[in-house]
Design a protein around this ligand. Structure first.
Ligand SMILES: [Zn+2]
Length: 353
């Protein structure tokens, strides 16, 4: 757990004070969806205003609000520093020493940043549910489902890359990195990698050595110099290994399907399949087990094959049949309606199946 440091309140207060300026997202108050039973301060949370680009600063703003309102329910862990001076945060609901822990993360691929909003909403709704204000899932109250579980929410696992896709070169702080990024792509909106040009979902030790991809740092499909070479990927590796992670979800776009298989066998195969079937049941997404049709060396591949943690990749954003990246914000409501119960379905699977 050496790479993980608990951020104390005083430090965070100082950080967030500097980020307290009005963001673009705060000015966009469209498509507001608020849970009927919401108890959390949704009016103050930018994620509930559904901005077209939910930025890193917006995310930090919302984390600060949640910490202020739920000081005993959540812990905010800093997982790593990024090359361009940002940080990856894990917002933890529940006991860090608990036996049954779940990991959900978004935006590993930069242009797929709409998934940060999905995971943030799941965090907020889970806080709501723990407070006794959630709905039922398969006849069990959300509060009972989450009882005794620990959930790690990492909404933005690639903040440098997300900033590049959302705002282009002007978002790159470091001049040397900015020049490298400019040389790697002239269509930065489609950027998938981190700021160093490493595709984080090709940076895990499962088929890594066989995977060819891009020969040099690029906007996508460059696997890095060794598995876990990037701090963002290493952070997820450490997190998964250091805690009792029993289920993991990696959110991506664009599709309406669930990848769940990568050569795992035995109990992990059985548990992975049941897990995927439960998520398919609540989302309506179809299951895809053809790992040969997609690139290897992803998080899910490593988790199921190398360390035996039932894990899935959920591809969202094609609910209406359109395949567009970045997924337009107009798709958010359709995505959310399919994914609002994913945390509860994961808990149900872990506890009862
Ligand atoms: Zn992706």
């Amino acid at each position: 757990m050496q790479t993980i440091k608990i951020i104390f309140a005083a430090t965070l207060t100082a950080i967030f004070f500097c980020l307290g300026c009005m963001s673009e997202a705060e000015e966009m108050q469209e498509n507001v969806i608020i849970s009927d039973k919401a108890q959390f301060p949704h009016q103050e949370l930018i994620v509930y205003s559904s901005p077209a680009k939910y930025s890193y600063e917006d995310f930090l703003h919302d984390v600060k609000i949640l910490r202020e309102n739920y000081p005993t329910q959540i812990q905010v862990l800093k997982l790593c520093d990024t090359a361009d001076g940002r940080e990856v945060f894990d917002i933890v609901l529940g006991d860090l020493n608990g036996e049954n822990q779940i990991l959900i993360f978004g935006a590993m691929h930069a242009r797929e940043y709409i998934t940060t909003q999905i995971v943030m909403r799941q965090l907020c709704e889970s806080l709501n549910a723990v407070g006794g204000n959630g709905d039922n899932y398969r006849g069990v109250s959300a509060a009972e489902l989450l009882q005794g579980l620990t959930i790690h929410f990492v909404p933005n696992s690639n903040p440098d890359g997300v900033a590049i896709s959302q705002f282009g070169l002007s978002a790159v702080n470091n001049p040397a990195l900015r020049a490298q990024v400019a040389a790697m792509s002239d269509d930065l909106e489609q950027w998938k990698a981190n700021a160093r040009g490493v595709d984080l979902n090709r940076n895990f030790d499962a088929g890594w050595y066989e995977f060819i991809g891009a020969p040099y740092p690029a906007s996508e499909r460059y696997k890095g110099t060794f598995p876990g070479s990037e701090p963002e990927a290493a952070a997820l590796i450490h997190l998964t290994q250091d805690y009792h992670i029993k289920r993991a979800i990696s959110y991506h776009t664009c599709g309406a399907l669930i990848y769940w298989y990568y050569k795992q066998s035995g109990n992990v195969l059985t548990e992975s399949q049941k897990f995927a079937e439960e998520i398919s049941r609540t989302t309506g997404y179809y299951l895809d087990d053809d790992y040969t049709a997609v690139d290897a060396a992803g998080y899910k591949d490593w988790a199921v094959y190398k360390i035996g943690v039932p894990s899935i990749t959920i591809e969202v954003g094609a609910e209406n049949g359109d395949y567009i990246n970045p997924v337009p914000q107009s798709q958010f409501n359709a995505i959310w309606s399919r994914n609002k119960n994913v945390v509860y379905a994961t808990a149900y699977n872990l506890k009862f199946e």
